[in-house]
Design a binder for this molecule. Structure first.
Ligand code: URP
Ligand code: ZN
Ligand code: ZN
Ligand code: ZN
Length: 526
């Protein structure tokens, strides 16, 4: 586990009382190329007490300041992952990474904040939030919350007010699938969208047609297809496209902005593109797995990968590696990933998440006889910054400034915490990475900081290495050494009415006045 790795590295993280040499609160990053989403320049960055104080060339400092030489390297805002599931109860089990191990891994990969999804307890938002506040107490980096809505009544509606006005939550996720657990119907979706709009909170959808997925799964089982390939076959891209189109049209009907999480297929992406082209406020979030992987992994079990990590006591449970790739919506056929990359570089899709949701191979084996029981989810929190750099910037598809925008700034803007987060500007939080474009990275379960025994990017190498991570003004990752302390991460409240709501009322009043003419006509004719 991550905990052991810290102790192996001679660093203890709390209870046992080892001395921690906490890094100075004054840091100067010298001579790097400072990249923001709007501009890049060679400059020094001076940090004190958790904040960026100055960004300019040739800053002079005293001896009490740690100086990091960033010559020839990029100095960028720490990543913000808009989509994670740490310590989540799901499909009869619990994700294996919690708020400490998941965040420690994130820091090692250059991500300094994430937004996790609070899952209500028996539909209660208040009870869900209370539970997640406890889970998050061990946080070693800053975090925010989205809230899932899993049922609808007056109590839930009132709790939404409370979440937005008192608790710093400005987004709610609706699952259009997971029949029998999280799934909600169109009536609830419309009610939820209306409520979100009135609060200035962003509705988010997991867009797959839950009833059709259920039918598709039945078909596969009847055909005797019980392995992970059945997962993908049971829920083709058209079911993601259908639900995405429906959610987008209902959002238009309500006139609310909409955020589509984990856009995994061309079908869904094209619905987002069409809506944006018509002027609708739709945000599309691809996730790293969808940008990189293709479904050949589901058909191709490499027995060696998973089995060598299975602990001795259960070594007779032989888990083929293809089980680890099961997530929803599924990883698609080759071609979708490339199209999603293109959509990201052309601005059709706006920011990259991970949907980090990890289970051990033992947990994945719950579905050894039936793909419907494989807990859904893949890793990504630690790899996102590296894989997006290598795939998008190193390949020449986007600029370094665009990289900052899609990994950090756009997320901060959408969730209304910019420029505190998502920028290297005086006054911003000192969440900073130094990336060496000439160094390379290698991904392996043997090297990662997660608690999982597998990694869906096993063996992937690429160019561009996060050499230093500074979170909250402290050096937490340097020279491959992690210094993460439970309790050091702060909850970031996110206020409602971010920029995506600007002008919504004007469109509403224009709509109302456009109704006047036909209403008058119909009245005069009666
Ligand atoms: O497979 C996935 N995506 N697991 C996490 C839950 C969700 O739907 O986002
Ligand atoms: Zn360990
Ligand atoms: Zn989802
Ligand atoms: Zn998710």
């Amino acid at each position: 586990t991550a905990t052991n790795q810290f102790c192996e590295a001679g660093i203890d993280y709390g209870e046992s009382g080892c001395q921690i040499s906490s890094s100075s609160s004054k840091i100067l990053i010298k001579g790097g190329t400072v990249v923001n989403s709007h501009h890049q320049e060679v400059a020094d960055v001076y940090v004190e007490d958790g904040l960026i104080i100055a960004v300019q060339p040739n800053i002079k400092v005293g001896d009490d300041v740690i100086v990091l030489d960033a010559t020839g390297k990029y100095v960028m805002p720490g990543g913000i992952d808009p989509h994670t599931h740490l310590d989540m109860e799901f499909m009869g089990t619990q994700t294996i990474d919690d708020f400490f191990s998941g965040q420690a891994a994130a820091l090692a990969g250059g991500t300094t904040m994430h937004i996790d999804f609070v899952i209500p307890v028996d539909g209660s938002l208040t009870a869900g939030l209370k539970l997640y506040k406890q889970k998050a107490q061990k946080s070693c980096m800053d975090y925010g919350f989205h809230m899932a809505i899993t049922k609808w009544d007056e109590v839930v509606s009132k709790e939404m007010d409370l979440m937005v006005k008192e608790e710093g939550i400005n987004s709610f996720k609706f699952f259009m699938l997971y029949k029998g657990s999280f799934m909600i119907n169109d009536e609830l979706l419309i009610e939820g969208f209306k409520k979100c709009k009135s609060l200035g909170a962003l509705p988010m959808v997991h867009a797959e047609n839950g009833d059709a997925v259920f039918e598709g799964q039945k078909r596969m089982i009847e055909l005797g297809i019980t392995g992970p390939e059945g997962h993908a076959l049971s829920r083709p891209p058209l079911l993601e496209g259908e639900a995405t189109a429906r959610a987008i049209r209902l959002a238009r009907f309500v006139n609310t902005p909409l955020y589509v999480v984990h856009v995994m297929s061309i079908d869904a992406m094209e619905e987002v593109a069409k809506a944006r082209k018509s002027g609708q406020r739709v945000i599309g979030e691809p996730v790293v797995s969808g940008l990189i992987l293709n479904d050949s992994v589901l058909w191709d079990p490499d027995f060696s990968i998973a089995s060598k990590h299975v602990p001795l006591v259960i070594c007779f449970i032989f888990v083929p590696s293809n089980y680890q790739y099961v997530m929803s919506p599924p990883i698609r056929a080759a071609g979708h990933a490339k199209a999603l990359q293109g959509a990201l570089s052309s601005g059709v899709l706006q920011l990259v998440g991970t949907d980090h949701c990890t289970f051990s191979s033992t947990q994945k084996a719950f579905g050894i006889d039936d793909f419907r029981k494989i807990p859904n989810g893949v890793n990504g929190l630690e790899e996102r910054m590296h894989l997006v750099w290598d795939t998008m910037v190193e390949s020449g598809q986007i600029s370094a400034s665009d990289y900052v925008r899609i990994t950090s700034t756009e997320c901060a803007k959408i969730f209304n915490i910019y420029p505190r987060k998502g920028a290297i500007l005086p006054g911003s939080d000192a969440d900073i990475i130094i990336l060496n474009p000439n160094a390379s990275f290698t991904i392996s379960a043997k090297l990662h900081q997660y608690r999982t025994d597998t990694n869906v990017y096993e063996g992937v190498t690429g160019k561009g290495k996060v050499e230093v991570t500074i979170a909250g003004g402290k050096i937490v990752w340097k020279n491959g050494e992690l210094k993460a302390f439970p309790g050091s991460g702060k909850y970031v409240e996110m206020p409602p009415f971010s920029y995506v709501f600007d002008g919504i009322e004007k469109a509403d009043s224009n709509y109302l006045s456009s109704l006047q003419a036909p209403v008058k006509r119909s009245r005069s004719s009666t």
